[in-house]
Design a binder for this molecule. Structure first.
Ligand code: DGJ
Length: 732
């Protein structure tokens, strides 16, 4: 029974295999949050949030319990914190009532369970028949404004998701001025926040900071989740690490503006909120209308980050990603971007495909530059018409030429953007975001289309359908190469302009839903200047993401390691590219480039016609090796072994994938510093059976699982720059 409704105690308890989450209706009918931590026998946990220190200078509700001066909205642990009613902490919801007053006092109405997982109209969300849903309905004390709190429990993965649907049953419109999904009040303690910041070509760099009395926030106001912050954080015990300590992973299933914020209050209680960034946000709800807040996904682990990541990986793979490819073997692809940039024609592409096929590559992807007059990034976005001069025929003919080489064919789109120099812009300049009387800002010579308007989305949909119906296309890379400025929709009145960011996301999700469901056999890869929109929202539509425009194997260690805290390797687009590397000029061994790319989708991004025979042979070997490990890498349990973020502790980065029964593992260790005369290093392997004997890379010598996990695996040093090794561990 993953959900317990106890009407006597007025508690609502969610249970996963290892975790427990509880709420309780208090004397005033307020829904308090009482517990989120390790699973235990059912009990009313309210004692754990009682506090004999009053939240001074905090008013008491008019109908609060007599004489309990400490009872204040500012002091109690609330399941959904509301602004404007005396809670001075971080608040999640803000309601502007029809009379202009700002605030709501949600009180309990009802609770019920539902079989299966709730869904959210127009928004991405985890799904699954095996999940169970709890719906708790609260209502403002004064107005007929209802808050339906949705929770879903995925027992097996220790995953709990939540959302809020606000319903206006008054006879006048109200405005949501804040619609943040998560309020999470933690047990008293000292916590850190781990988060993943970055920039273009340096995405998801790990940082950790103490949560004190000032707010700690990660946020985006770029109209995309962005390279700069990721909508995923870990709040953890101050001593938590990969294996020990309490860790709450919190991810938003949303790809637009977001805010995740935490602080301690005057009673030393820590609160976390997460949801749509309230800056430049408000949303009108008409009488009988509803607003759904984006979903938040949470995993609690009392065994540190490793276990938490594993739960997210499984849940994302099985219950967020959809479609034919979510668990299927993905084709090994070659993308022409770094090989040619805009400088190609069909003959050149076919020559590349011909060589790549000989090495075992299965899919050829034609990147940017195939449409309109796009020989550089100054024009043609919005005109999704093949350039038949460059393609030396129709798109269908090119696809056939690639198919005739024995390869599948894929194509690049940037559906959300428009160039000023395009037929679409000349015909419909109002399709691009621009503020009245203000020249819009260009970024990479392009503007963003107003996807809050259905006719704009429809126009792009129809163009994409024409292309995708017109040729044998097996793969689409969906790119987005600038962030949103000049936000203004000519289709909405002045008082509704605060809705545009979110309406843009709804338009984008609608287009994604229509395109991905119309073409169930196409493999979709998300991209935004590399990994600028690597989030759970996008993964609902596209099962893999181009992790970064930085394809250097050594920089990729940090990028892929940071990404792995939330996202599984099956979602990480990773390619072998040329050296010196185009992003940082580093020269690394081809073998190391391959080893790093194995822990992702593995593909190529270089001009294979320029490779030496030796290099081609190495790529052929890699493709065979990658395929032989495919199942282990993609479906094994992933562990981070040595962090690339701690160079003072080790010169290596190492990670591992292991079968859940401990029967086989693959460790990848890459030396990212080239210091002389360094000490020997061992890496402690995880997930093996302690009593069983193992061989390493088929060695004669056998090693006890317990020894490999406690003493470690000796990392053999190879005397050249940036060496790497794979250690295949099998039962003896
Ligand atoms: C940015 C992407 O990240 C690259 O891989 C490439 O597709 C370019 N855009 C093309 O403009």
């Amino acid at each position: 029974m993953p959900i317990i409704i106890n009407n006597e105690d007025k508690t609502y308890t969610l249970l996963t295999k290892n975790t427990m989450y509880q709420m309780k209706v208090d004397v005033c009918g307020v829904l308090e949050h009482t517990y989120y931590g390790p699973v235990m026998e059912y009990m009313d946990m309210h004692y754990g949030v009682e506090c004999d220190m009053g939240p001074c200078f905090s008013p008491n509700p008019a109908d609060g319990p007599d004489g309990v001066w400490a009872y204040s909205y500012n002091g109690i642990n609330q399941e959904m914190s509301c602004a404007g009613i005396g809670d001075f902490r971080l608040t999640a919801m803000g309601v502007r009532n029809a009379d202009g007053s700002f605030g709501a006092e949600p009180r309990f109405v009802s609770a019920k369970t539902e079989k299966g997982k709730y869904s959210l109209s127009g928004l991405p969300a985890f799904y699954g028949d095996k999940a169970e849903t709890l719906v708790v309905t609260l209502k403002d004390k004064v107005h007929d404004v209802y808050f339906h709190l949705y929770y879903a429990v995925f027992e097996e993965y220790d995953l709990i998701t939540r959302s809020i649907v606000v319903e206006n049953k008054t006879d006048k419109s109200i405005k949501l001025e804040k619609a943040m999904t998560l309020t999470l009040d933690l047990p008293l303690g000292t916590y850190d926040m781990v988060y993943f910041h970055g920039r273009h070509t340096r995405e998801r760099m790990l940082e950790r900071t103490r949560i004190r009395h000032s707010q700690v926030s990660v946020a985006s106001m770029r109209g995309a989740s962005s390279h700069m912050e990721n909508p995923f954080v870990i709040v953890c015990d101050k001593n938590a690490n990969e294996e020990y300590g309490a860790a709450w992973g919190i991810g938003l299933v949303y790809s637009g503006n977001f805010l995740i914020s935490a602080e301690k209050n005057l009673q030393e209680k820590t609160r976390v909120i997460a949801g749509i960034n309230p800056e430049n946000f408000n949303f009108e709800i008409e009488p009988n209308g509803e607003f759904a807040c984006p979903e938040v996904a949470m995993v609690y682990s009392n065994e540190g980050f490793g276990k938490m990541s594993n739960s997210f990986h499984k849940a994302i793979r099985n219950n967020l990603c959809r479609g034919k490819y979510k668990n299927a073997q993905r084709p090994v692809l070659i993308n022409n971007w770094e090989g040619t940039y805009f400088d190609f024609n069909a003959d050149k592409l076919v020559a590349m495909a011909h060589e790549a096929k000989k090495m075992g590559v299965e899919l050829f992807v034609m990147d940017d530059g195939w449409f309109g007059k796009r020989d550089n990034d100054c024009c043609a976005l919005g005109d999704w018409v093949p350039n038949e001069e460059k393609l030396q025929g129709t798109l269908s003919q090119l696809a056939k030429r690639i198919n005739d080489e024995g390869m599948k064919f894929g194509i690049w789109f940037e559906p959300e953007c428009i160039s000023e120099d395009s037929n679409l812009y000349r015909a419909h300049p109002d399709y691009a975001f621009a503020m009245p009387n203000r020249a819009p800002q260009v970024s990479r010579n392009q503007y963003v289309l107003d996807f809050s308007r259905k006719e704009v989305v429809d126009n792009i949909y129809n163009q994409m359908v024409k292309v995708l119906d017109g040729a044998n296309i097996s793969y689409v890379k969906w790119d987005f190469n600038r962030h949103i400025t000049d936000l203004y929709s000519v289709a909405l009145p002045a008082e509704k302009q605060g809705e545009v960011y979110h309406r843009y996301m709804l338009g984008l999700y609608d287009l994604l839903e229509r395109i991905t469901s119309r073409y169930p056999d196409i493999l979709f890869e998300s991209c935004s200047g590399g990994g600028g929109r690597f989030d759970m929202g996008m993964l609902y539509y596209m099962p893999q993401v181009w992790t970064s425009d930085n394809s250097d194997a050594i920089d990729r260690l940090k990028i892929q390691y940071g990404t792995s805290f939330a996202y599984p390797v099956s979602t990480m687009g990773s390619h072998v590219s040329v050296c010196p590397n185009h992003q940082n000029a580093r020269v690394t061994p081809l073998q190391t480039r391959g080893n790093v790319a194995y822990f992702g989708t593995y593909g190529l991004e270089l001009d294979v016609t320029k490779m030496t025979d030796e290099e081609k042979a190495e790529i052929s070997r890699q493709i065979k090796e990658f395929k032989s490990y495919y199942d282990l890498i993609q479906h094994g349990d992933y562990y981070r072994l040595i962090s690339p973020f701690t160079p003072d502790e080790s010169l290596y980065c190492a990670w591992e994938t292991v079968r859940p029964d401990g029967s086989e593992a693959l460790v990848c260790a890459v030396r990212y510093e080239t210091d002389a005369n360094t000490a020997a290093e061992y890496v402690k392997v995880k997930g093996l059976c302690k009593d069983k004997l193992y061989r390493i890379n088929g060695s004669e010598k056998t090693y006890l699982g317990a020894a490999l996990m406690n003493i470690g695996l000796f990392l053999k040093y190879d005397f050249f720059s940036y060496p790497s090794r794979l250690y295949h561990i099998t039962l003896a």
